[in-house]
Design a protein around this ligand. Structure first.
Ligand code: NDP
Ligand code: 2IT
Length: 444
């Protein structure tokens, strides 16, 4: 396999899919050497079979808004690879959703899920529907209309969706409610459900907590204590909120959070009480982060991301490509020594190169944010055995999984100099398991 040839061919076939091509390039560059040590992989064209999704469903979604007007959106589900388990991955509702974004996410999810040590394949879905400004009833009708089309393609052994940007517990519950009515079964199928409706304890916290657990493992390799460290977090949704919660518990000082309009800078640090305010602001009132600055009288920077602020650690937790080369250089110049990705692909290739060439501890999303889908896997197990585990039990399992992922990254990513290239480690470890399963299962 020659990476450039594969990329050129994909770029000709999918010219309008920059995010997808970006994600593929990162993985292929890491695995090239290992892949080429296995001529049997190339004989069965494993690489193209792994880069191109098994199938893509796209459909129209009609729904009725509060004024009685019929609205139309696109819906998608990408079933990327199911060599090691049922397709598994979130649903994103955001105006920017398109096939390129969902294909990059489904591709990444395949390797992430492989790293979790649990039996889950990779998938992703979503819609260009924007939940912003919609009433609760509009959200419910949209979720129901979306599932009316999607339900026939999913199931507990087939494809298990969950949340992502714009899809939290409320949306998952509405989708699952409609799904079980149509499928006439009650076997789980969605993860991230409410506790009462079959969800798992710690699932809401899992991505953020998991990212911090992964960060702790990285810090341990350099004997650095998290206590008192200054942390810049982006986003203020599910992942960001529970990242900050765990950081506060551990005595770190979080100075920023953001949304798509701008960021707040709180030099005293966001404490428990202020985080409670953010959770209510974002999850109940569905307001803007700017209101935090007004309430606590701190700086608000409109239209910018928080990377110009001086910090020890940066945890991007909003969206893809939110740290570019310039941002990365600012972080490095200001003394930042660790970056761990809560979001999927938040750093551009230029940013990653800057982090790595400056020797930062840098963890890619597919390793660092795998805690969310891991606890989704644990939710599937609990649904199967029809039992619910305690908070402590799930949290202990989550910690163990993040530690195992860290070990896999070190095993495959440690360079001669001693520097751990977590990108390489995560990509090779994730790839090898899927590749072996695909080889065993023949050309299908
Ligand atoms: P939420 O919808 O709960 O929150 C998203 C946050 O990011 C909001 O603050 C939102 O601001 C901000 N944001 C979204 N899009 C943009 C944008 N284009 N530019 C700037 N800010 C933006 O989503 P999650 O917290 O669940 O997801 C955040 C990231 O984490 C995503 O990359 C997701 O793929 C990833 N992830 C999520 C997991 C999960 O379990 N939920 C698991 C693993 C990864 P605003 O409110 O203004 O839109
Ligand atoms: O990107 C992700 O890993 C998620 N959005 C969570 C997927 C899941 O199935 O829990």
């Amino acid at each position: 396999m020659k990476v450039q040839e594969v990329l050129d061919s994909l770029a000709i076939r999918f010219p309008n899919e920059p995010e997808y091509l970006q994600a593929v390039e990162e993985v292929l560059s890491s695995i090239e050497d290992v892949y080429n040590q296995h001529p049997e992989f190339d004989r069965v064209n494993l690489i193209e079979r792994l880069c191109i999704p098994d199938r893509i469903y796209s459909f129209r979604v009609n729904w009725v808004d509060d004024r009685g007007k019929v609205r139309t959106n696109m819906g998608y589900r990408i079933q990327h690879n199911n060599a090691i388990g049922p397709y598994k991955g979130g649903i994103r509702f955001h105006s920017s959703v398109n096939p390129s974004i969902l294909k990059f996410l489904a591709f990444e999810q395949t390797f992430k899920n492989s790293l979790t040590t649990l039996p889950m394949g990779g998938g992703k879905g979503g819609s260009d529907f924007s939940p912003k400004g919609k009433s609760n009833e509009e959200i419910m009708r949209f979720c129901q209309a979306f599932v009316l089309e999607l339900w026939r393609h999913i199931g507990p052994q087939r494809d298990v969706p969950a949340g992502d940007i714009g899809v939290g517990g409320r949306e998952v519950n509405y989708m699952y409610g409609m799904y079980k009515k149509l499928a006439q079964e009650n076997t789980g199928t969605f993860t991230g459900k409410s506790l009462e409706g079959g969800g798992s304890l710690i699932r809401p916290e899992a991505t953020g907590y998991g990212n911090v657990y992964f960060l702790l493992k990285m810090l341990e390799t350099r004997n650095v204590d998290i206590k008192g460290k200054v942390v810049a977090v982006s986003g203020s949704g599910n992942v960001a909120q529970y990242t900050v919660e765990k950081l506060i518990q551990l005595g770190a000082k979080v100075i920023t959070m953001s949304d798509s309009n701008g960021y707040i800078y709180d030099p005293d640090g966001i404490d428990r009480e202020k985080l409670d305010y953010i959770m209510e602001l974002k999850n109940v009132w569905r307001g803007r982060i700017k209101e935090y600055a007004e309430k606590y009288n701190v700086k608000y920077v409109e239209g910018k991301r928080p990377w110009a602020e001086k910090c020890d650690i940066a945890l991007p937790s909003a969206t893809q490509n939110e740290i570019n080369g310039k941002d990365a250089q600012m972080l490095v110049d200001n003394g930042c020594f660790a970056v761990s990705e809560g979001a999927n692909m938040p750093s551009t290739p230029e940013a990653i190169a800057i982090f790595q060439s400056n020797g930062l501890l840098y963890a890619p999303g597919k390793a660092a944010n795998a805690g969310g889908v891991s606890v989704s896997g644990l939710e599937m197990t609990q649904n199967s055995i029809k039992l619910g585990w305690s908070k402590e039990e799930v949290d202990t399992k989550l910690k163990q999984i993040m530690s195992d992922i860290h070990s896999q990254c070190v095993k495959y990513g440690k360079e001669e100099s001693g520097y751990v290239n977590y990108v390489k480690g995560a990509n090779i470890a994730g790839f090898m398991k899927v590749a072996k399963a695909m080889m065993d299962q023949g050309v299908i």
